[in-house]
Design a protein around this ligand. Structure first.
Ligand code: HEM
Length: 375
């Protein structure tokens, strides 16, 4: 459906009220009442916006005076990327032909984009290249292969899953792509009743030539819990942990679960201030973020605003808590009568967070802590 004009939107008035009042639309499921609340590119509505929309619907969704109406927003090619217009786009050279039926297909496609010079990436986004491909792509990952003989698997670079936006690294942080690197696309595809040519693409923005960012930013799994045990008809909690070997700046949080995912929180468990302290009682902990209404259809990366992005000392344990709802109350549950465990298919489950981080040295960390304190 289109919501561009009054005529388009009017028939949807009741549904619009319901979706915005429950904060199901626009898609943005971070809990606004827990932990950090400032994000880059936060499209969510304020309470006042929601009250305006609700009142408009309750008043019969009137058009008002057409002369007061702003012109409809014009969309351009740039709007097709969450990170803005990419400097470089790498696509599969030819489509992979996905059969009409059969099991999930997991396919590797290696592309040599012919990079002749080193580049530092400041923002990256992966997505299917056309509407037909969007329908069948469950998710895909991209790896950078610097030397095919030496390391054929390469380094993880970026992920796309249903509803995903892009990853924007913090200021002065980047990811090096060496000249000659190849890109491996690892595709997980679901046949959906018709033979489908699938193409996916990777877009990124780079630092100007000659500019070398001071920090390395990268995205990785944290808090994986692979021994999932989710009995039929129950809501179950699992926990996973990742210990930061160095001080770190956390740029973003993206929960990853499947259809039974209900909520996920990320907490910092701080190390003791002194190695020899015999401080009694529990460790100091702080909840950084929660997605309390997780939606499998929306794999959104929540990028922290720069002045509040978690700044964590070496030895902090990042604690990921996940809840899965395997009851009939979960309308996306494929089968509430089945036990579920870890697995790749959407009808199996997973539990981890994608976290984008930048490691800092101790002096840099202390300096940033002081700057924050004086803020
Ligand atoms: C204030 C802004 C928005 C309003 C009022 C709104 C309204 C709605 C409504 C009423 C529905 C339910 C349609 C149905 O019942 O069939 C819906 C679904 C949907 N909307 Fe939005 N929407 C907004 C923003 C967005 C944005 C920014 C996106 C894309 C980035 C989006 C993508 C979708 C999609 C894909 C669905 C179907 C899947 C789902 O429900 O998750 N919407 N929206």
């Amino acid at each position: 459906m289109s919501l561009l004009t009054y005529q388009d939107a009017r028939p949807w008035a009741r549904a619009i009220k319901e979706k915005v009042a429950k904060r199901e639309m626009p898609p943005w499921y971070i809990d606004k009442n827990i932990g950090i609340t400032d994000f880059k590119d936060d499209p969510s509505l304020s309470d006042a916006d929601i009250a305006t929309i609700t009142k408009w619907v309750d008043d019969g969704a009137p058009q008002g005076n057409p002369a007061d109406m702003p012109p409809p927003r014009q969309f351009s090619d740039v709007d097709q990327w969450h990170i803005g217009k990419p400097d470089v786009v790498v696509s599969m050279k030819k489509p992979y032909i996905l059969p009409a039926a059969g099991p999930d297909n997991i396919v590797d496609v290696l592309v040599d984009p012919g990079f002749t010079e080193d580049m530092y990436v400041m923002a990256v986004e992966s997505k299917p290249a056309d509407p037909r491909s969007f329908k069948v792509v469950h998710h895909f990952t991209t790896n950078l292969i610097e030397d095919q003989e030496d390391d054929p698997i390469g380094l993880f670079f970026n992920e796309y899953a249903l509803g995903k936006n892009g990853d924007i690294f913090p200021p002065n942080s980047g990811r090096l792509i060496k000249a000659g690197s190849k890109i491996n696309f690892n595709l997980h595809l679901n046949p959906r009743g018709e033979e489908t040519p699938v193409t996916v693409q990777l877009g990124f923005k780079v630092f100007p030539k000659g500019v070398v960012p001071k920090y390395v930013a990268f995205t990785q799994h944290m808090g994986d819990s692979n021994e999932l045990d989710i009995p039929a008809g129950q809501v179950v909690r699992h926990d996973g942990y990742f210990r930061l070997p160095q001080p770190a700046l956390v740029a973003s949080f993206q929960p990853h679960m499947h259809n039974r995912g209900k909520a996920m929180c990320m907490e910092a468990i701080y190390p003791d201030v002194r190695a020899d302290s015999a401080r009694p009682g529990p460790a100091r902990t702080e909840t950084l973020s929660c997605v309390s209404n997780y939606q499998f259809g929306w794999h959104i990366t929540y990028p922290y605003a720069d002045n509040v992005a978690p700044l964590l000392p070496a030895g902090t344990i990042v604690h990921i808590t996940a809840w899965h709802d395997n009851t009939a109350n979960n309308k996306y549950n494929p089968n509430p009568r089945n036990w579920v465990g870890y697995g790749q298919r959407s009808i199996d489950e997973m539990s981890f967070a994608w976290v984008t981080i930048t490691y800092l040295d101790e002096a840099d960390y202390q300096q940033r802590v002081q700057a924050r304190q004086s803020q």
